[in-house]
Design a protein around this ligand. Structure first.
Ligand SMILES: C[S@@+](CC[C@H](N)C(=O)[O-])C[C@H]1O[C@@H](n2cnc3c(N)ncnc32)[C@H](O)[C@@H]1O
Length: 269
């Protein structure tokens, strides 16, 4: 996906994710005035939430490999009048451009543990740059039920390679995001915890939610035509394509839910 489309997909999905992510950030009880890192920050949507949480005397550094994402993030932060509280840095989570013990905490959503890279070295890097006793938190989208009434089709879509991405069949089970407590244990992190939060959407859908769900369908099941039997594909096209008279997002009583899972712990010492 090119950077422009990636930025657009983050903006479109924000309406779906915002409240659940705010709730997760609040659960961390970050200290007012503290300084933290948002690793794999994308366009900085969560940098702003985190900055609100630590208040005007705190600071958030957003780090990402993509210069285009960071440029967009800088513009949004400037427009929100938050450039004193949020700054951005280009870099790779695998080799963070910060000294050991730089931050009071680190956060990463849909990046560390979720991107198709070995998670342990990335989590170790986050822990390295956080001071002893500070919090390291990783969060990721962990499930959805968006085709109510069609459990068999949804299960089949969920079992396709795109449906289980970024995990893949044959990968060591310990590398699945939902096994992250093991990564925290291996790094000697203290007081490690996991929580899964759910949110629901109900019809009739407003435009933002409808567009976010459509983008989700495209993202979760981009190759449905190559991966389903002809019978399942016909049902998928009937329910999931906006031009179909049976498009599921037009059902007035539509209901869907999705979850985010967060793991967090304290750096030992
Ligand atoms: C799905 S987006 C999530 C962005 C943001 N955390 C959010 O939830 O809105 C994943 C981000 O991780 C970044 N990323 C992927 N691999 C990275 C790496 N090795 N180091 C830094 N950023 C990385 C991508 O450029 C992208 O912006």
């Amino acid at each position: 996906m090119d950077a422009g489309s990636y930025i657009q997909s983050l903006l479109v999905s924000d309406s779906l994710r915002r409240s659940i992510i705010r709730e997760m950030v609040e659960m961390l009880r970050l200290a007012k005035g503290s300084r933290g890192l948002d690793a794999g920050c994308g366009i900085g949507l969560q940098c702003r939430l985190l900055a609100e949480e630590v208040g005007p005397s705190g600071h958030v550094t957003g780090l990402d490999v993509s210069a285009e994402m960071l440029a967009y993030g800088r513009k949004m932060v400037d427009e929100a009048g938050m450039s004193g509280q949020v700054s951005f840095r280009e870099g790779d989570v695998a080799s963070l451009p910060f000294d050991t013990n730089t931050f009071d905490w680190a956060w990463s959503a849909d990046c560390v543990g979720y991107a198709p890279m070995e998670p342990l070295p990335l989590l170790r890097e986050l822990a390295r740059v956080v001071k002893p006793g500070g919090t390291v938190a990783i969060a990721a989208w962990s499930s959805e039920k968006v085709l109510p009434g069609y459990p068999r089709l949804e299960a089949r879509l969920g079992a396709t390679p795109a449906g289980i991405a970024p995990f893949s069949h044959g990968k060591r089970p310990e590398l699945h995001f939902l096994r992250a407590l093991g990564w925290f244990r291996q790094l000697g992190m203290e007081e490690s915890k996991a929580r899964t939060l759910a949110d629901s959407v109900c019809g009739p859908l407003n435009d933002d939610t409808r567009n976010a769900l459509l983008a989700l369908f495209d993202m979760r099941w981009p190759n449905a035509s190559a991966e389903l039997s002809s019978c399942d594909l016909a049902e998928f096209q009937r329910l999931c394509l906006p031009d179909s008279p049976d498009f599921i997002l037009n059902v007035p009583d539509y209901h869907a839910f999705f979850t985010y899972t967060m793991f967090w712990g304290r750096v030992p010492g």
